[in-house]
Design a protein around this ligand. Structure first.
Ligand code: MRU
Length: 341
């Protein structure tokens, strides 16, 4: 299962806004349209955004290849800035663009760099899938026989290069015969849990139950959740992390009910340059995502709306961090530094 395919001179993206009812792939040759697709959540999920942006840099270079060296460099700079402006929270976007920028300058900063840029974008894509597989192996070791797992938003194959982070753990644990149920929060306002996670799980034949976001507390109180695995958009070096809005609430609930709570991420999601979560920029999205439901108005004109796409969970609420290099337990700051610096 995947959502991003490079086709030599174009990028194909599975339009995630149309799931689960329609599986539509669109071809992109214009990097501006890829930036717009990232903004509109046609492609979404931290690692997937980074991969799509890396391929978009290749598309920009192909479009600009006939310019003289000076103009080529100037226009490439503009293209990279336009891609960086698409969404602010997931650090994978900036991490992937930095890799592409370095590759371009190391290859001379001219259109001759195009094959090397393509190789780099493909490497970012391939490495992400490999990291997810490793993450799955490490994470599955935490899962006991018969586990009932809760997840939030979509940290699956389509949010990554393939396989998934939190859903990578679920997939690996399910293959090992240890998963009895995966509860997916529907994830208001854009329903990534209902539309995307439930779709992935049903497609893979993994037992799945959809709940609305407000049901998690009651399920935990009834003893029906054994552990929580969810994704991450940016982790600060002390372990504080941003993920889909609602994650922080789940962390508080899990702590109250003494339920193990894990975030799952590749190293490309760790931002060692920031000391804690207060430095993470949280994207605010359009009020219409909250005042309308599937195009139907559900709130009165004139009401104020607050619509942050993410929240920050303090590291104290985390049981552990599952990465491609292993599972990190507290104290996070020194253990992350030892693994990733
Ligand atoms: O707004 P989205 O759908 O891009 O938010 C996605 C998430 O919050 C995911 O949990 C996160 O990006 C990790 S994806 C492996």
């Amino acid at each position: 299962m995947d959502a991003i395919r490079w086709q030599e001179t174009s990028l194909a993206l599975l339009d995630q806004t149309k799931l689960p009812t329609q599986e539509v792939w669109e071809d992109y040759t214009d990097y501006r349209k890829v930036a717009d697709a990232i903004r509109r959540l046609v492609v979404r999920g931290a690692p997937a955004i980074g991969i799509a942006a890396a391929y978009a840099v290749c598309l920009a270079a192909m479009e600009l290849r006939d310019l003289d060296t000076h103009s080529f460099r100037q226009e490439m700079d503009k293209a990279i800035k336009a891609l960086a402006a698409s969404r602010p929270t997931a650090v994978n976007l900036f991490w992937a663009l930095d890799r592409m920028k370095l590759t371009l300058s190391a290859a001379g900063g001219t259109p001759e760099a195009i094959p090397v840029l393509v190789q780099e974008a493909e490497a970012i894509h391939r490495e992400d899938i490999a990291m997810n597989r490793k993450i799955g192996q490490y994470g599955a070791e935490l899962v006991p026989e018969g586990a009932r797992i809760l997840t939030h938003c979509n940290a699956g194959a389509i949010a990554t290069g393939g396989y998934g982070t939190a859903l990578g753990v679920v997939r690996a644990a399910h293959s090992a015969g240890r998963v009895s149920m995966v509860y997916c929060d529907e994830t208001r306002p854009l329903l990534q849990g209902a539309r995307l996670t439930a779709w992935e799980l049903v497609k893979d034949g993994i037992p799945a139950t959809l709940i609305t976001d407000s049901m998690a507390a009651s399920l935990m109180a009834q003893g029906k959740i054994d552990m929580v695995f969810l994704g991450c958009d940016r982790m600060a070096r002390n372990g504080d992390f941003a993920n889909k809005i609602g994650t922080y609430g789940l962390a508080v609930l899990a702590s109250y009910h003494a339920i193990p709570f894990y975030t799952v991420l590749p190293s490309s999601t760790i931002d060692m340059s920031i000391p804690d979560g207060s430095h993470i920029v949280i994207e605010e999205r359009a009020p219409s995502e909250v005042t309308h439901f599937a195009g139907v108005q559900t709130a009165p004109d004139g009401v104020g709306v607050y619509n942050p796409a993410f929240d920050v969970t303090p590291h104290q609420l985390l049981t552990g961090i599952v990465t491609e290099r292993g599972v990190i337990h507290p104290p996070f700051e020194e253990r992350m530094a030892a693994l990733f610096e």
